[in-house]
Write a protein that binds this ligand. Structure first.
Ligand SMILES: [Fe+2]
Ligand SMILES: [Fe+2]
Length: 239
């Protein structure tokens, strides 16, 4: 396996590792780095991927400069290597919503995590990231996303998950492939609030969607979020 690096927005880097057997056509695990005065990592990758991911990150910023370790929710691919990163970066803190800290991270993190209120902003120096709670969307009680305000980048985690090893950025449709992957994996915790939660993200009018599994995009971001919300509403029997 190899990890590729691509700058998807100004000083925002995507690291991508394709696992060939995880899905038909392969399945990518992507992490993102915001290179600011206080560099922030979104997703750590699983522990076993730490050598690959940490080497890729270190080509952009020295690991010891990392200040924030963040992720969408508590699963191995999102945060399995968080303690390895905390060990490599003495000033780094995990930052997550209150629920995630209370339920899991206060115990799992080797150093105490920073608890964020819904809507709270961290000023990275040159970049500002807003923490947004999205309970159970796409799954897990502690689920959240991050929105970087100056570039309009929404780090949307597992939303729009799709299989294959496509380009870092696509102009193509990301909703159809996401719904195909939903049929394959059934990964989304479909509920009466799924659609409305995703529509709140569309209202941010993001200019980039940074996906954890699949290609990121600069095109039709809010429209794709609304189409995804509509499709999930139909699936839960709400029209
Ligand atoms: Fe997940
Ligand atoms: Fe994931």
């Amino acid at each position: 396996m190899q990890t590729s690096t691509h700058e998807i927005a100004d000083r925002i880097y995507r690291f991508s590792t394709c696992v060939p057997d995880a899905a038909p056509g392969g399945f990518t695990f992507n992490q993102f780095l915001i290179d600011a005065d206080e560099p922030l990592l979104f997703h750590t990758g699983p522990r076993r991927m730490y050598p690959l991911v940490s080497q890729a990150v270190a080509r952009i910023v020295p690991l010891e400069r990392l200040r924030w370790i963040t992720f969408g929710h508590v699963e191995a691919d999102e945060c399995g290597a968080m303690n390895e990163f905390l060990a490599a970066a003495p000033r780094a803190e995990v930052a997550h919503g209150a629920v995630g800290c209370m339920v899991s991270l206060d115990d799992l993190c080797d150093r105490p995590p920073r608890k964020l209120a819904d809507g709270e902003v961290i000023d990275l120096g040159g970049r500002r990231v807003r923490h947004i709670d999205t309970p159970h969307v796409p799954h897990n009680w502690e689920a959240r996303v991050l929105f970087e305000e100056s570039t309009g980048t929404l780090f949307c985690g597992d939303l729009f998950t799709h299989a294959g090893n496509g380009p870092a950025l696509t102009d193509g449709d990301i909703v159809g492939p996401a719904l195909a992957a939903e049929e394959l994996f059934h990964a989304t915790a479909l509920s009466p609030v799924t659609g409305s939660t995703i529509r709140r993200l569309a209202a941010l009018e993001p200019r980039t969607l940074a996906l954890m599994h699949g290609s990121s995009t600069h095109t039709r971001c809010a429209e794709s979020l609304r189409l995804l919300a509509d499709a999930y509403d139909l699936m839960v029997g709400k029209v």
